[in-house]
Ligand binder design. Structure first.
Ligand code: HEC
Length: 114
């Protein structure tokens, strides 16, 4: 009996994160989004979304942290559009599939500062 109890507990323990990840906001995959981000965005936005100060200075623009309140307040649709088509002094990013865009938006969500 004890053993079955343990197995059930272990299963629940393993399943909870899976259910959380596959929960309501399962539109994009943040893990896959990080791969896209590292390839296509990190050059300008820094490894963790903090923005490259040198680039901001060169462009004379503020690059907000992608986890900041201001950026996180934008809807997924807006983030998807800006991430692919660009915004302000950011030009369009080439070679992104629809899935890449959804994934990268999920990744941006994961950068949210508490
Ligand atoms: C060539 C450099 C460059 C690349 C590559 C780039 N960005 Fe940007 N991005 C910028 C700059 C500069 C801004 C600020 C634009 C402005 O405010 O005029 C910006 C702004 C943004 C914003 C709006 C932030 C805000 O303050 O509201 C989002 C979202 C964003 N980028 C996402 C992405 C994503 C996702 C990628 C990769 C798919 C990406 N960017 C690739 C330079 C870049």
């Amino acid at each position: 009996m004890k053993r079955i109890g343990m197995t059930t507990a272990m299963l629940a323990f393993l399943l909870i994160p899976v259910l959380l990840v596959a929960g309501p906001q399962s539109k994009g995959d943040p893990q896959a989004g990080k791969t896209v981000y590292d390839k296509k965005c990190a050059n300008c936005h820094g490894p963790n979304g903090e923005g490259k100060p040198a680039l901001a200075k060169a462009l004379k623009v503020e690059i907000r942290h992608l986890g900041s309140k201001e950026v996180q307040a934008k809807s997924d649709d807006v983030l998807a559009k800006e991430s692919s088509e660009g915004v302000g002094k950011m030009g369009p990013v080439k070679g992104l599939t629809e899935k890449d865009i959804a994934d990268v938006v999920a990744y941006i969500r994961s950068l949210k500062k508490e």
